[in-house]
Design a protein around this ligand. Sequence first.
Ligand code: 0RA
Length: 633
Amino acid sequence: MNEYDAQQIQVLEGLEPVRKRPGMYIGTTGPDGLHHLVYEIVDNSIDEALAGYCQKIEVFIEEKGSIKVRDDGRGIPVAEHPVEKISALEVVMTRLHAGGKFDKGSYKVSGGLHGVGAAVVNALSDWCEVEVSREGHTHFQRYEKGVPVNPIKINGATEGEGTQTRFYPDATIFEELDFSYDVLSKRLRELAFLNKGVEISLTDERPGQEKNRIFKFDGGLKSFVQYLNKSKTPLHEEPIWFEAVRDGVTAEIALQYNDGYTETLFSFANNINTREGGTHLTGFRAALTRTINDLMKKSKHGKKMDDSLSGDDVREGLTCVVSVKVPEPQFEGQTKSKLGNSEVKGIVERLVGENLSSWFEEHPRVVDNILDKAVTASRARAAARRARDLTRRKGFLEGGGLPGKLADCSDRNPENCEVYIVEGDSAGGSAKMGRDRKFQAILPLWGKMLNVEKTRLEKVLANEKMQPIIQALGASVGNEFDVEKIRYHKVIIMADADVDGSHIRTLLLTFFFRYMQPLLDFGHVYLAMPPLFKLSIGKRIAYVYDEKERDSILSEWGENEKINIQRYKGLGEMNPDQLWETTMNPDTRSIKQVKLEDFVAADEMFTTLMGEEVPPRRKFIEDNALSVVNLDV
Ligand code: 0RA
């Protein structure tokens, strides 16, 4: 086997380092790290698929919570390793083979741990079992905490080929062992979009939770953007799509405009979501802006437009996925999710320029639609710019001044600080009096709430309700939003526990999602949880947050007629001390952190609830009305 040349046999290390410092290999031992184990195993199968030998990958959450991943690739090699004198399979499972090129002549495309993923999973598993079918037999080995418990067993004849890995994570390493079907499903769907034609299935076999899904997209990224746009109105039926290779870099890109105002752009490098962008994205954006400007100049708009279209103009209403596969990707940035390879920018820029131009040549009608949209966007922007007092805008976007109604805190370290966004002047007043002014700021909202889902950025910037929020956070907005500049690490929405409160929460979350998304990505947004009831007998007092809790306290205290039950209708009913005690004091309050786990699901939800189209909203309400138990009393 030619894989084992001298260079590749270098340092082979055991698995102790992985068990000693799991964080170094999988990031965390929390839920993210747990799910990462599955991705590592699946990545190996994806590589086999990209090499052209595997069509189908099946993932199971087994009855007792273990994971099984099965593929129909060639099977991990089982021949004896010339130096280690054990089978290649055992080397793959039990050694950190530095260099990463151990098992392939070609480079590894999918993300992961450069070929040591299986060994890392094995090291962090209570038990792990691999069964390889190749050369007419199945080859089986079991490991416990990374150590083989038997020599490889060669069993009966088999015709098929493939690899099956089962593992149960080590409870002494992970905080919890509960695999989420939704989390796995989201990533597997994404992998199926990114690797067209590969069938990836997920089956939950846990009692009471049985379900199954199969993902297979022959359209690749074209299917991905159609999926992203499914609750929107596209400007053209067929997404623009192309795939091309240059200097060893493969780029696959799909884009489709819709009639909305937001830009939805996903980028991937070697199947890893590059949330922080990078050179591939820069190259794509440059080429898109240039290509559309070239078309504009040649069009009927050419003579009438004084200025070029800006990047924002040409990306309004754009849904796009950019995926590149790079031989030696370099990941940078805070979360190592920014592609750094400088050569990629030029490569992608040229590929996109050429392919977009020729696609547009063949689709003149689509060009007209896109140009109309971009030119309208550009005019709207220009008009808004003129109408507004520029200096004022500059001041408030860059943290020059603070809004008049903000009661700021005294601490200047954003990590310690929180801002309560409060609807209504009366609740705002109680909150100002009840707070700890060292680290808690209060921003009361007033005026008519804007639904940002139906507006352009310009209108948002001019809105009297939104402006103070942008100003108070001090980190700008939209594409310029810089999460590192925020003045508070906790942004707490405090609204009543009723229908109006829900409406305000939803409007504010829509705003954060569309215009300050990193705020959600980094977990800075919270919901205050004011109590629903106050129960008391004499001096004994309990604040409770839902009906269930109320009933359990009532039965704990005994069915005593003297229990006084007060239902709070709104924040305004509480005096400052009560508000502090129940809702604001970090030692006694409970707050909910809002996190963005699934962009696609969130996007769809906001589009449905807040967007222009009424029928999907009606359907959503009809489908969900029955599960609303306590609307408002
Ligand atoms: C290296 C060489 C060969 C197969 C694989 C790796 C392989 C690894 C994994 C991990 C999960 N599934 C996999 N499928 C295949 C094949 C070498 C040959 O047959 O010549």
